[in-house]
Design a binder for this molecule. Sequence first.
Ligand code: FE2
Length: 307
Amino acid sequence: MTDMTDSEFPGIIAGGGDLAAFLGANKGAVDAALADAGALLFRGFDVPDPHAFDAAVEGFGEAGFTYEDSLSNAVRTNVTPRVFTANEAPPTTEIFLHHEMAQTPLYPSKLFFYCEIAAEEGGATPLCRSDWVLDRLSEEAPQFVARIEEQGVRYTNVMPGDDDAGSGQGRSWRSTLSAADKSEAEARLQHLGYSWEWRENGTLQATTPVLDAVRVLPDGRRTFFNQLIAAFRGWADSRNDPNRAITFGDGTAITTEEMAPAIAIADQLTYDLAWQPGDMALVDNFLVMHGRRPFSGKRRVLASLVA
Ligand code: FE2
């Protein structure tokens, strides 16, 4: 491989004192480091609680991407205006690598994570450079890459009528679509180009329009910008069958054999960020995938999204 082994990933910025002030004073350098590494860990700063995290996000000075407006499938709760719980799925549930909301037409450009309480065991945030994944996948499975690049992909997800916190995909259609009733939900889906079907017990099966699976960044880097791995490995609950969650743009199912190389390569390239209380991470959502390892004990990692 090329330069990945000598690249620092993630970039680590060790410091002290007020993180909001640091980010405000060093915005240019932080932006440059983020563009280079794709993910930065801020460690040793004084970030005692979610309010200090909110202030740090404000100090960075970019507009927020709100959970209410998003089409995220995860159940979340706001803690401060810009900060919410990352995903309320049970501790034993692994959340597989993904680009945030890449299974929808609306996604944030960057994510902040903040560790208030570290898990007793496990609970790392896996991070994976998606440009490196695509480079290797292009060598090992060129036909697959050509096909997702030419055709794009579609995702199918079955949403409950009410939030199901027992699932990583448990956000209700009412909340996901900001809809009070079925006709409002249909109007929003229509507007977004989805197709849909109402199912038993007030659940809603929704299929996205064709979405890009590869993204070209302004500097020419190409990334595996999609939700294929998380959907294929993780969209399993009482409503969802992962084998039906992803298709090529023409509607053909993407098979286990076709997904295997991407999954193996991403696993090999993953860095596990083991949290310490007070840590904050900044992730470029177009360049780096993230997830959540299972854990035991009490863990509180909060998130904030940049538009
Ligand atoms: Fe996520």
